[in-house]
Design a protein around this ligand. Structure first.
Ligand code: SF4
Ligand code: SF4
Length: 452
């Protein structure tokens, strides 16, 4: 029977399977009744939710998941099915943008995931996969160790041989997904510790080099440093910095995320930076929530709040400072993709478009259904390869339909996901980060430099 307080939406109660026992949530930051009550069940969020678009099931919509949270706070135990619907959420925050009632779904799902991770027993296979992911992805040095073997695999012809055999997706689908996502690797020079501003100094910025970004997209970091220096920033890049904790916090591993956050704050605490700049959308959104992440830690709450106030996405900071470096023409047609954690989570949409549009010769194209996630979503595409590929294909079709020669976005996960999907569809489009486009314009490299 549908709970009357939950309006006319089909209640997902019927999909709940056998319970694993015990109350769903404990007292350590459960999703709160107040936040749940903000949802008026209007359903405006449903068509913007990628899992609802894929499966059309109420329980896999934002409203359905909030309904399940409500059951949890009312004392129902966590069932396997309930957990499955929470796990299915990409955390893309498209529903936050769409919701006219200001429901803080981001807060709700983050608290719910932390409860699930602590209280729900995972199967041995799930445990092993998650353990492997979290022993590797948040550690840039470990990721960088993969570069050598991966480059050899890509350049020796072995990759083509494996692809022709078609065996990998059948024998090891997770590995096949990772393999298909890995970008073509080139040499990676070590970033310097400090780069001086060109011309008059306007700001001192600390820079996050990131985990996946530094291991697989070092060119993006190099371009970011050059653009910042050209725009009058001293750039600080301490090599001891580690992961920002985004992947951990987005997957319910709150304590691990807190450890990463404390270390990053310590690394930059005495640096004298005016801003802390981030060029990866997923990292930026969680860095802007360090104040909430460490609010209960008396030793770090104030430091975290001060740190959070300095965090800027690269496009946000460049827009705020205003350009001083001359832009040279780039004859390019560009499709700009809003990474969910930049558009939905940080509300940064106009700044990158304005920076790109200001480049002479560059024509900007909009992509249909921009609010729908490309299916990357941190590690969601690794944990859910089949639906992630469907979302990637939908996005790639819309990207290719723009007729643009270059896709630009600000998140390494999106770049890898859309590149793999476009390749599956036999489409040809070059990919770049916003920083690389600005860098090419400032250095007068010409549009062709980005179309390889
Ligand atoms: S975060 Fe994304 S996937 Fe999750 S409920 Fe909201 S729109 Fe759906
Ligand atoms: S749009 Fe907001 S209020 Fe309406 S159902 Fe979705 S979350 Fe609830």
């Amino acid at each position: 029977m549908v709970d009357a307080t939950w309006g006319t939406g089909e209640a997902p109660r019927d999909v709940l399977g056998p319970v694993s026992g015990g109350p769903a949530f404990d007292d350590d930051h459960p999703p709160t009744k107040d936040l749940i009550a903000d949802c008026v069940h209007c359903g405006f969020c449903l068509p913007t939710c990628p899992t609802y678009v894929l499966w059309g099931a109420e329980a896999d919509s934002p409203r359905g998941r909030i309904y399940l949270m409500n059951q949890g706070v009312n004392g129902e135990p966590l069932s396997d099915s309930m957990v499955e619907h929470f796990d299915n959420c990409l955390g893309c925050m498209s529903c936050v943008t769409a919701c006219p009632s200001g429901v803080k779904y981001d807060r709700l799902i983050e608290d719910t995931r932390a409860q699930v991770e602590r209280r729900h027993p995972r199967t041995p296979r799930e445990k092993a996969l998650r353990a492997a992911i979290f022993a590797l992805f948040p550690y840039p040095r470990r990721l960088r160790l993969l570069r050598g073997p991966l480059r050899a695999y890509q350049s020796s012809g072995l990759q083509k041989l494996v692809a022709r055999s078609g065996l990998l997706p059948r024998l090891a689908p997770t590995l096949a997904t990772l393999e298909s996502l890995a970008p073509k690797l080139r040499g990676a020079p070590k970033p310097p510790r400090r780069v001086a501003a060109r011309g008059q100094r306007r700001a001192v910025v600390g820079m996050l080099t990131g985990c996946v970004q530094s291991a697989f997209f070092p060119d993006v970091n190099s371009a970011t440093v050059r653009v910042l220096a050209a725009e009058g920033c001293d750039v600080l890049i301490p090599p001891s910095q580690g992961c920002c904790g985004a992947l951990s916090v987005h997957n319910g591993r709150r304590e691990e995320a807190q450890r990463f956050a404390r270390k990053l704050i310590d690394t930059f605490e005495t640096s004298g930076m005016d801003y802390f700049v981030v060029n990866a959308a997923g990292c930026g959104s969680s860095l802007k929530e360090y104040d909430e992440l460490l609010a209960d830690d008396p030793a770090y709450a104030a430091k975290a709040a001060a740190f959070t106030a300095k965090v800027r996405d690269l496009a946000e900071l460049l827009h705020e400072l205003g350009p001083v470096a001359q832009r040279h023409p780039l004859e390019l047609t560009v499709a700009y993709h809003d990474a969910c954690h930049l558009g939905h989570a940080q509300g940064i949409r106009t700044q990158p478009r304005s920076l790109l549009s200001d480049i002479p010769g560059l024509k900007l194209h909009e992509i249909a259904d921009p609010e729908i996630c490309c299916g990357s979503a941190g590690i969601w595409n690794v944990l859910n390869p089949a639906p992630a590929a469907s979302l990637g294909d939908m996005k790639a079709r819309n990207v290719l339909a723009t007729g643009a020669s270059l896709l630009v976005t600000a998140n390494p996960g999106c770049l890898m996901q859309i590149a793999a999907a476009a390749q599956r569809q036999g489409g040809r489009i070059a990919l770049a980060h916003t920083a690389q486009v600005l860098d090419a314009s400032i250095r007068n490299l010409g549009g062709d430099a980005l179309l390889h």
